[in-house]
Design a binder for this molecule. Structure first.
Ligand SMILES: Cc1cc2nc3c(=O)[nH]c(=O)nc-3n(C[C@H](O)[C@H](O)[C@H](O)COP(=O)(O)OP(=O)(O)OC[C@H]3O[C@@H](n4cnc5c(N)ncnc54)[C@H](O)[C@@H]3O)c2cc1C
Ligand code: FES
Length: 253
């Protein structure tokens, strides 16, 4: 991981409490897989860095797009950063989706809320390989929805909202039984409860999950991000063994 002061090129609201941040710097050239993250020092060092997934990137322009939702002090402080300012960024971190190893005809992407962003560049790379994509997107409400047009350009999209203000009323997982027969593999990111439901409903398919739980150091040293695994080792660190895992690798509690 590299540490760099990256320049803010764009910063705007795209949905309720949700922002799009475009950063420029050399870190972009080190990205190897979709689904990796950067670790941002938002304040003046008084609190830990905050992890945010790389939603999209452009090697030529050395830019990366991050989409984040305001959850607490760190992300609230981030909203006050302006275009032209620099951000202290560590990255890219972790293992992403191993897109080079995927050779399927048709895959399913399932994103819940702020778990949607890392699936976007993945979808672009899968599409570029000629793989058909079906995407399920779930949000709390229409006001929280984003990236719909972008995913629709890449394949078929089914949307659900908890309150029924956009798409079907209910959970994103409600769509699975209708689409699972045609897909070879799945990729998902969202709250752990959603990942668990997805992996149970798609237990007979290979799949990759991206876990966006709490982090500390972000570099493998503090064990703040540990999740239990099914093997003898007994655990994985989200920051360096993940955030992307094979679905059968980790125990989703
Ligand atoms: C690998 C990784 C990738 C991530 N990618 C994104 C992303 O692309 N976009 C995005 O908006 N967020 C992402 N997150 C989550 C983001 O890091 C947290 O929302 C952020 O750190 C919260 O900081 P805060 O200071 O604003 O909130 P805090 O004050 O630290 O927390 C506010 C509230 O949010 C809860 N919370 C904080 N972090 C998380 C979390 N990771 N999961 C669930 N609840 C949490 C806390 O329990 C608390 O209730 C990612 C996390 C990880 C580990
Ligand atoms: S955040 Fe410190 S080991 Fe993962």
């Amino acid at each position: 991981m590299k540490r760099e002061w990256m320049t803010i090129l764009e910063h705007q609201t795209i949905a309720r409490d949700t922002y799009r941040l475009v950063l420029q710097g050399d870190i972009v050239r080190d990205i190897t897989e979709p689904g990796q993250f950067v670790h941002i020092q938002v304040g003046s060092g008084t609190y830990l860095r905050r992890p945010v997934s790389i939603s999209d990137f452009d090697f030529e322009k050395k830019t990366m797009t991050l989409l984040y939702k305001v959850m607490g002090k760190g992300t609230e402080d981030l909203t006050r950063k302006s275009v032209g300012e620099s951000l202290d960024v560590l990255g890219p971190g972790g293992r992403g989706f191993p897109v080079d190893q995927v050779d399927d005809d048709h895959v399913l992407l399932i994103g819940g809320g702020i778990g949607v962003p890392p699936l976007y560049n993945l979808a672009k790379q899968l599409k570029a390989k000629g793989i058909q994509i079906t995407t399920l997107l779930g949000f709390q409400s229409a006001d929280d929805a984003f990236l719909l047009d972008e995913f629709e350009e890449l394949g078929e999209v089914f949307v659900s909202t908890n309150d029924g203000t956009l798409g079907r009323k209910g959970f994103v997982t409600d769509w699975i039984s209708e689409v699972k027969a045609t897909v070879d593999r799945y990729f998902t990111c969202g709250p752990t409860v959603m990942l668990k439901a997805v992996s149970e409903q798609l237990a007979d398919l290979p799949g990759y999950i991206s876990m966006e739980e709490r982090m500390g150091c972000g570099i493998g040293a503090c064990f703040a991000c540990v999740v239990p695994s099914h093997d003898e080792k007994g655990y994985r660190r989200i920051c360096c063994d993940g955030p992307v895992f094979e679905a059968k690798e980790v125990v989703l509690a």
